[in-house]
Ligand binder design. Structure first.
Ligand code: HEC
Ligand code: HEC
Length: 422
């Protein structure tokens, strides 16, 4: 990390920790004091790329979850860092930016440690996530069009922010029929249940630590992330929940008339999936995990005139699409195409039930606070602006009835729900 980035990172984060200190100054409870110390140590671990004794690849959490980027990573920041890195390298062959490691290069599978094509990272802000394939799912080799012997698949995902995590983990309600984490969790597909488990995975996979990190470091990283909030109002909401205060304070700032109108629409159309204090709890009968057609390729209507019309993925995203062969319990084989099959990669449960119950392309609904600073949007950074997000959802709501079983009105797009009557 550049010294200037490190400095602003430290400023942002220390401020956050300082607020906690200030609030607890005066009252004695040593529990709070200890929590503050844990969080402060967690902050140091979060920005530490040296990871003494762990023999990592030089990456810190903050290389991807950039404190100056709302603890996420925008393609614009990646490109800026890449250019600075190349300029520095022209003068100093040892110049480094640990964001750029071969494991996240497009050509890693071909060139291994010599890989250097960072197109997915630079153009899309996406990181490689590797999944072992479930026993009933195989990849199709694009050249032979036959099942390949690959045992794992690379999917490319954006780096989410790590704020408000105290509110967006599992919530114990509205369980999905299959695990892992049927009531939500961490990661875009909710496959991780605790922040410690998350930190362990990040240290081993993203930072390529060669030795297991100490438990205390994982606990500290968790403590630190649990005091990060988008803003003071969300922090106050979280504290009120902890204290059992009713009614809970509203985390929104004062809104003008137009914003209030927008909020009413949000509560009707969006909060059915982005509900609760973390904006990540679906409201029954709407189910837990969803396919919102954000993967590539986007669905295309076969009817004329088309009843819905998603903006197609540009080639820079469409190149991440793979075709899969799924063996059903009957032995029949079907093929499906996706840039990110989501929870189906965890369970192999695809092609067996009606779309609502299938795991294919299903992801966990994320919190939405602080979005104005975190463009682009969706798990693959495929919507450049919030206007594009809304345009996408307009097509989503148009499509829902066209894929429902005859006579079934899916709760998410039922007219009474959209009108706020149920
Ligand atoms: C190489 C970039 C990179 C590094 C380094 C990295 N992360 Fe991440 N992080 C990601 C990506 C990409 C995801 C989403 C992955 C997915 O959903 O499969 C993610 C997801 C997360 C999440 C889940 C957030 C949520 O809303 O569910 C947490 C928490 C997190 N990272 C914490 C950490 C911590 C702690 C570290 C350091 C120990 C770290 N990350 C290092 C790229 C990175
Ligand atoms: C059917 C459930 C559902 C509904 C309804 C829904 N969402 Fe989502 N939303 C999701 C899921 C699941 C994701 C994660 C998928 C992804 O990121 O590609 C998501 C992701 C998002 C993201 C991306 C967040 C980020 O950090 O990139 C935004 C923004 C968003 N939704 C806004 C909205 C708005 C605005 C509405 C109402 C018009 C809405 N959502 C309605 C389920 C839903």
């Amino acid at each position: 990390m550049k010294p200037s980035t490190a400095l602003s990172a430290a400023a942002v984060v220390l401020m956050s920790v300082a607020i906690i200190h200030a609030r607890s100054a005066g009252d004695a409870p040593s529990v709070t004091q200890t929590a503050n110390e844990d969080a402060a140590r967690g902050f140091k671990a979060f920005i530490d790329g040296r990871l003494d004794g762990l023999n990592g690849n030089g990456r810190a959490c903050s290389d991807c979850h950039m404190p100056t980027d709302e603890f996420q990573l925008s393609p614009a920041s990646v490109e800026q860092r890449f250019r600075i890195f190349m300029l520095r390298r022209a003068h100093n062959p040892d110049a480094d930016d640990p964001l750029f490691r071969p494991i996240d290069a497009d050509d890693f599978r071909v060139n291994g440690p010599q890989a250097s094509d960072y197109s997915n990272l630079r153009q899309n802000g996406l990181i490689r996530i590797i999944f072992a394939l479930p026993p009933n799912i195989r990849l199709i080799d694009p050249i032979t069009n036959q099942p390949s012997d690959e045992a794992s698949v690379d999917v490319w995902r954006m780096v989410p922010g790590v704020t408000d995590l105290k509110l967006t983990g599992a919530d114990g309600s509205n369980a999905w029929p299959r695990g892992p984490n049927p009531t939500g969790g961490f990661q875009l597909d909710a496959r991780v249940s605790t922040l410690q488990e998350q930190a362990l995975g990040a240290l081993l996979n993203h930072a390529q630590a060669q030795s297991p990190p100490p438990q205390r470091m994982l606990d500290d990283l968790s403590s630190f992330q649990r005091v990060l909030f988008t803003n003071g109002r969300v922090r106050a909401l979280s504290e009120a929940i902890d204290e059992g205060v009713t009614p809970l304070p509203d985390a929104d700032p004062p809104l003008n008339a137009l914003e209030q109108q927008g909020k009413a629409v949000f509560i009707r159309a969006c909060a059915q999936c982005h509900g609760g204090a973390g904006q990540s709890t679906p409201r029954p009968p709407v189910v837990r995990f969803h396919d919102i057609s954000s993967q590539c390729p986007r669905p295309v209507d076969t009817a004329t005139p088309a009843r819905f019309n998603f903006k197609p993925c540009p080639p820079r995203l469409a190149r991440n699409v793979r075709t899969y062969e799924i063996t059903l319990p009957t032995g029949a084989k079907i093929r499906r195409t996706s840039s990110d099959p989501g929870r189906a990669l965890l369970t192999g449960f695809a092609g067996v039930g009606p779309p609502a119950q299938d795991d294919w392309n299903k992801l966990d609904a994320p919190g939405l606070r602080g979005l104005r600073n975190t463009a682009p949007y969706f798990h693959n950074n495929s919507a450049d602006t919030l206007e594009e997000v809304v345009d996408h959802y307009i097509e989503f709501f148009k499509r829902v009835p066209t894929v429902a079983a005859p006579g079934v009105v899916p709760p998410v797009a039922s007219l009474p729900r959209l009108l706020g009557l149920s």
